[in-house]
Design a binder for this molecule. Structure first.
Ligand code: 1PR
Length: 522
């Protein structure tokens, strides 16, 4: 019987869904005795090394896990499930299981954004061609045969991020593990997982080690994200809508100002999500833009959408809107962490925090810049790892006169025609990084729905002030706009909504334009 080990953090639902999708049955490890029943075991995980080890120790599972691995029965570790096999991690003073004689270290952020988020090439040591898989981590086993000669026989695949090579899969005897997430890597990932599930009880054959060297360019691809703004329409159904500069209601063409028309309906969230997965989207984003809370947390209609999406879609899902301390209709208080946990259990990989991040930064400033650990960003990052926390920023240009000398004088951007502006919210970018955000989703109220292209000034400004990945959002009107955002602002991902919903531009068309421009795309 196949068993899955859940250490209580991150999205294990997706792995369970992938295993089911591949036609296998499984049970969850509940007690130490279950290890004896298991004939194969998968330990998935994201988040932090220390919480994984401590969680296993608290539940009395650490020694049984070590015993299980020693017994020679098949083990497949994913992400943290791989890292716990190592001796130790720079992330924590806790010792690992010590199966692999090597230490886990942090990526350097001198030449690149950290965490490493996205689809990168894993080069296997067997004869299979390199394939793209989804990674999300800040720590890794660096590929270093000189420093860790005894670990070399474990190396099954390597991957290059920036100018660092790391071990992206290990294999020896009954132990197999990947730093990437096969359950989030689309068809390639499912095939990879299926291969292990079918051959788990066949001992791995040793593959000769050939020394790997750095290339001038890494294999990380720029991500194309399809975003669905979801809200209840006037009949109470959840629909994907799309605004112009955040106004999602149909406009009365005869009126000079917006009147309260019906909410624009561009389709059902699941139907669109499936379409984008099939079309090759690297990631999907579902934003609950009205944060409707007329039902208790566990019955949130948005949770049902996430559950359904996670059953059929095997690329990362980001969920945003309403990730904050709230109160159920019956008066039960719900912390932001509880709200986020409900989404992670439903199958979300990341949560995106909007308004609450702004308030957290305001509190941080008022307190003199010392984080107190209580904000939604901090509590969620602590429990699930910073890579699970996206901060969504909604800046708007605040135009100023030529002779403006006010408090934002140092931040003014001037166009060639002399017009000048500053961005309300720009400073939040740097502060949310300090609080523990793992990625920034950078919208632009001015560009939203206009098709005029991403706001490059804004992207460059934020990109050069943070070291975490930045997702460009708002204003995409054609493939060339994506090329521009990657080539000129070097963002890690770009997101669009309207052009994909209305089928004006296809995801494959965008990827083709990137390839022509010599930009890595999956
Ligand atoms: O504040 O934590 O509850 O989060 C609310 C979330 O909802 C935030 O991420 C915020 O950006 C988003 N949001 C709030 N109101 C709207 C609205 O449209 N009225 N949508 C809204 C933001 C922007 C993008 C859009 C891109 C690309 N939507 O999601 O998809 O601009 O559009 P385009 O390609 O068509 O130009 P909280």
């Amino acid at each position: 019987m196949l068993y899955l080990l859940d250490y209580g953090a991150g999205n294990v639902t997706s792995l369970a869904n992938s295993v089911r999708q591949l036609g296998h049955t499984f049970r969850w490890i509940e007690t130490p005795a279950d290890f004896a029943e298991a004939t194969s075991l998968i330990f998935p995980g994201v988040g932090a090394f220390e919480s994984a080890i401590q969680h296993l120790a608290r539940r009395g599972l650490l020694e049984p896990l070590r015993e299980y691995i020693r017994s020679g029965k098949p083990y497949f570790g994913i992400c943290i499930g791989m890292q716990v096999l190592f001796q130790s991690s720079e992330e924590s003073p806790c010792a690992g299981l010590g199966v692999v004689p090597c230490r886990i270290e942090r990526f350097s952020d001198h030449d690149k954004a950290v965490p490493h988020i996205g689809w990168n090439a894993a080069e296997l040591f067997d004869s299979s061609p390199p394939a793209f898989y989804y990674f999300v981590h800040s720590y890794c086993a660096k590929y270093n045969p000189e420093k860790y000669p005894e670990a070399t026989e474990w190396v099954y695949a390597t991957t290059q991020y920036g100018q660092e090579l790391f071990v992206s899969a290990i294999s020896k005897g009954n132990v197999f593990a990947t730093q990437f997430h096969p359950e989030k890597s689309g068809a390639a990932g499912l095939a990879f997982l299926d291969n292990w599930l079918r051959s788990a009880n066949t001992p791995a054959s040793t593959v000769p080690h050939v020394r790997r060297t750095l290339r001038s360019k890494d294999g990380l691809t720029k991500r194309i994200i399809a975003c669905m703004d979801v809200r209840a329409n006037d009949a109470g159904d959840l629909v994907v809508t799309k605004g112009d500069q955040y106004d999602v209601r149909e406009k009365d063409p005869s009126a000079t100002v917006t009147t309260a028309g019906a909410v624009r309906n561009l389709g059902k969230p699941m139907a669109l999500a499936e379409r984008y997965y099939a079309a090759g989207a690297d990631e999907l984003c579902l934003l609950n833009i009205t944060s409707f809370r007329h039902s208790p947390l566990q019955d949130q209609p948005m949770l049902a959408v996430v559950r359904a999406a996670a059953e059929r879609i095997f690329v990362p899902l980001t969920i945003g809107g309403g990730i904050k301390d709230t109160v159920d209709p019956d008066g039960t208080p719900r912390s932001a962490l509880e709200v986020a946990s409900a989404y992670f259990r439903a199958g979300a990989d990341k949560v995106s925090i909007g308004s609450e991040a702004v308030y957290a930064v305001e509190r941080l400033r008022a307190s003199g810049g010392t984080p107190d650990g209580t904000s939604a960003i901090e509590t969620i990052a602590h429990a699930y790892g910073r890579q699970a926390v996206v901060v969504s920023i909604d800046p708007r240009r605040a135009m100023v006169d030529a002779d403006y000398a006010g408090p934002y004088a140092d931040e003014i951007i001037r166009a060639a025609d002399g017009t000048g502006w500053w961005y309300q919210c720009t400073v939040s970018g740097g502060r949310v990084e300090a609080l523990g955000a793992g990625e920034i989703l950078l919208n632009s109220i001015d560009r939203d729905g206009t098709g005029l292209g991403f706001d490059l000034d804004l992207l460059k400004l934020v990109k050069c002030s943070v070291r975490i990945p930045v997702v460009a959002s708002s204003g995409a009107g054609k493939s060339a706009h994506f090329v521009q955002a990657f080539a000129e602002a070097d963002v890690e991902a770009a997101l669009a909504a309207g052009i994909f919903h209305r089928e004006e531009v296809g995801i494959s068309e965008v990827k083709e334009a990137l390839r022509i421009a010599n930009i890595n795309a999956r």
